[in-house]
Design a protein around this ligand. Structure first.
Ligand SMILES: *[C@@H]1O[C@H](CO)[C@@H](O)[C@H](O)[C@H]1NC(C)=O
Ligand SMILES: *[C@@H]1O[C@H](CO)[C@@H](O)[C@H](O)[C@H]1NC(C)=O
Ligand SMILES: [Cu+2]
Length: 318
């Protein structure tokens, strides 16, 4: 028995495994009642039709400067590339291989508008991306807490996000990414799909919200070098999600509380009413945070600014 196990282990170790037995990626997408089958990375690309951009491997990317970081491939569309119609403000769900194996790390969703009338033929490496959704450490500690990745697994290994209602209509790529932190270097699993957004608004992403892939991350980002098994992790309850501030966030001078928020979604709710809680604390200056889930700081804005809701997690003096 013992020798049999050893032999088995040796065989597994020495045999090249062409189709990765772990890891994976986005295998399909749903928009409303429409189901879109994904790209099949281990089948011949000939004849494949999918809204998902071609991708080539179940293996993770482990370098923030890897040239394939935008869409897990060389950035090109397929010969028979499809595009899905979607309305701004509508939900879209990505499905990973089920169950997804890695519960520790953040979930992130980005979009990038393509020049012209279609993303087909546009290399994803040339685009500027903005982040529309993220979920980092949801509760507990970095060591044994509950993460965005765990939520994705708990939700049938899927992630649903909302196309912000405020983005301009046009052709976009959407990039779903799960980052795994169970080993270092951190593992990136990004896949992209082509969308044609209609019914959009007029709020183009600000320059401080736009990034490139590679470019958005550095191998020294605290959120990518974090050792979740360290002693420090056992008492650490905040996690800095990598990448730019969420679309719709305040300018960089006042984004620190956004960057460290555990979760959030740029659903394009825009400015609306002020928080209903009784104003307390020091006066908050223009662009300062004045409310949001878990906020315990000041809620009164310096005159003439008023506290406006950006999203569930962030209200700002504007
Ligand atoms: C952590 O968050 C998840 C998802 O919201 C929830 O199911 C779980 O009960 C939370 N755990 C604790 C300890 O709060
Ligand atoms: C769970 O995901 C699979 C695809 O991985 C899908 O076929 C199935 O309908 C989903 N189940 C639910 C309850 O959403
Ligand atoms: Cu893996």
């Amino acid at each position: 028995m013992f020798s049999k196990l050893i032999a088995l282990a040796l065989t597994a170790g020495l045999t090249a495994i062409p189709k990765a037995h772990a890891h994976g990626g986005v295998l399909s997408i749903a928009i409303g009642d429409t189901w879109y089958w994904g790209w099949q990375p281990y089948d011949s690309p000939d004849g494949q039709t999918s809204i998902i951009r071609p991708w080539s491997s179940y293996n993770p990317i482990t370098d923030a400067t890897d040239p394939t970081l935008s869409c897990n491939d060389d950035g090109t569309s397929s010969a028979l590339q499809l595009t899905a119609p979607i309305t701004a403000g509508e939900e879209i769900t990505a499905y990973w291989n089920n169950p997804w194996p890695h519960p520790y790390g953040p979930m992130l969703v980005y979009m990038a508008q393509c020049p012209g009338t279609t993303c087909t033929g546009v290399n994803s490496d040339t685009l500027e991306w903005f982040k529309i959704d993220q979920s980092g450490l949801i509760n507990g500690t970095v060591y044994d807490g509950f993460w965005g990745d765990g939520l994705m697994i708990a939700d049938n290994s899927s992630w649903t996000t909302t196309i912000p209602a405020t983005i301009p209509s046009g052709p976009y790529l959407i990039r779903f990414e799960t980052i795994a932190l169970h080993s270092l270097p951190a593992q990136f699993y990004p896949e992209c799909a082509q969308l044609d957004v209609t019914g959009g608004g007029s709020q183009a992403p600000a320059s401080y919200e736009l990034v490139t892939f590679p470019g958005a991350y550095s191998n020294t980002d605290p959120g990518l070098t974090i050792d979740i098994y360290s002693n420090a992790a056992q008492t650490e309850t905040t996690y800095p999600i990598p990448g730019p501030p969420l679309y719709g966030s305040p300018p960089p001078s006042s984004t620190s509380s956004v960057a460290s928020s555990s979760t959030g979604s740029a659903t394009g709710t825009g400015t609306s009413s002020a928080p209903s809680s009784t104003p307390t604390g020091p006066t908050v200056p223009e662009y300062g945070q004045c409310g949001g889930s878990g906020w315990t700081g000041g809620t009164v804005c310096a005159s003439p600014f008023t506290c406006q809701v950006v999203n569930d997690y962030y209200s700002q003096c504007l």
